[in-house]
Design a protein around this ligand. Structure first.
Ligand SMILES: *Cc1c(COP(=O)(O)O)cnc(C)c1O
Length: 394
């Protein structure tokens, strides 16, 4: 037996890189908040909002409590502004984390689940026309696994059918379209800087393990639409713009000062962390060679993909997972049960709360997907060991 086979342990994801790159400066950031005696809606949150909006090439960022709230509030804000109405249909990829679907329901809208393109695992643009009805008002795109969906084609379709476009970028902090594509899509009124994604509004999560993670819950809505941003901010603050004056029926969902200070300290490192993820992904793509293991192809523009997780697909997924576990390699499944098969949605189609046809591709992905170790902490040796192990699976 090889030495490496008995000795190695490769965690699925480790946050050691944060300590390595930031050291004591995170503690100093938290100390500054503690000393400020101001913990909600203060200067750290507004600094982070400014920095993250600039990073995304957008005009506004509103910090909220978590990613699910970011999604829900941007949809609700569009309803408040009269751009959609409760009961309208929103196209959502069927292959996503359940929160995307929960947010559409929470806003009183009807999710219409659409099959993925089997190559990219993201929304299949060729299926959009069939998914539309006279009640369809929007597409909520998800950049799953950190891979950008086909935004130029989706935005073109949306324009032709008069639909709004929203993005769930909870797994895609820092993903960037090719700038030429982007500028032709978004006649950028303002900064002159290319924006990272192109839609009416984008929701982010800062859950600790995301590419940009807080040390607790956090989320944000990022947009060029100042009116929408204003309504999101107000909805997350009890529906109030002016203290004790309530304009809307809102909720309490705010990014606190400690989380904002941590995100502010981490943001300058995000591009480097994403580059390390890209390096690892490129090695996986080049070196994993096993006829039983399918990979998603590398995108033409490597910057378009920030590899939140690295998925592989295998008919004998559970056996592969056991095999890797026996070699000390941790893996996870994203996701074992697709949203439409969750107990929470039993009867939802009959009640008119969810719409979908047969979803065999989504179910196949749930049955065969395995996420292998990915993240800035992974060493070259660990990458080599993961590759060697997958290639040894018979
Ligand atoms: C993490 C995630 C969310 C939810 O974010 P939370 O901050 O955990 O609420 C939504 N959508 C996707 C695709 C996610 O990965």
């Amino acid at each position: 037996m090889l030495f490496s086979q008995v000795m190695k342990h490769v965690p699925f994801y480790s946050l050691d890189y944060v300590e390595h790159d930031l050291g004591s400066s995170l503690g100093e950031s938290v100390d500054a908040v503690i000393k400020s005696n101001w913990y909600i809606r203060g200067s750290h949150c507004s600094s982070f909002e400014k920095s993250f909006a600039a990073y995304c090439g957008k005009k506004a960022c509103v910090g909220v409590g978590n990613g699910l709230d970011a999604l829900t509030l941007m949809l609700k804000a569009s309803i408040v502004l009269g751009r959609m109405a409760e009961g309208d249909e929103v196209i959502v990829p069927a292959n996503t984390f359940v929160a995307t679907v929960l947010a559409v329901r929470a806003a009183g809208l009807v999710p219409v689940l659409v099959e993925p393109d089997p190559e990219t695992c993201n929304l299949d643009v060729a299926r959009l026309a069939d998914a539309c009805s006279e009640k369809t008002r929007a597409i909520l795109v998800v950049h799953l696994y950190g891979r950008l969906a086909d935004m130029p084609a989706i935005c073109e379709f949306a324009k032709a059918h008069n639909l709004l476009v929203f993005e769930d970028a909870a797994q895609a902090h820092g993903a960037a379209l090719d700038e030429n594509n982007l500028l032709s899509l978004v006649p950028s009124a303002g900064s002159g800087q290319a924006s990272r994604l192109s839609s009416d509004s984008t929701a982010y999560s800062f859950y600790p393990t995301k590419n940009l993670g807080a040390m607790g819950d956090g989320g944000a809505v990022v947009t060029d639409d100042l009116e929408l941003a204003q309504v999101v901010r107000s909805l997350g603050n009890y529906g109030s713009e002016q203290k004790y004056v309530n304009k809307y029926v809102g909720v309490n969902s705010r990014l606190d000062e400690i989380q904002a200070a941590i995100l502010l300290a981490k943001l300058p490192h995000l591009d480097a962390w994403n580059s390390r993820r890209s390096e690892i992904a490129a090695r996986y793509c080049a070196e994993i060679k096993n006829s039983q293991v399918r990979l998603t192809p590398l995108p033409a523009n490597p910057n378009a993909h920030v590899w939140h997780v690295f998925p592989v697909f295998c008919e004998r997924r559970d056996e592969l997972q056991e095999f890797l576990k026996a070699r000390g390699i941790e893996t996870l499944v994203h996701y074992p049960i697709p949203p439409h098969l969750q107990e929470a949605f039993v009867g939802a189609v009959d009640r008119g709360e969810l719409r979908h046809g047969a979803l065999p591709l989504t179910e196949e992905l749930a049955r065969t997907e395995l996420s292998i170790p990915m993240g800035p902490s992974l060493t070259d040796d660990q990458v080599a060991y993961v590759v060697e192990s997958i290639n040894a699976f018979i």
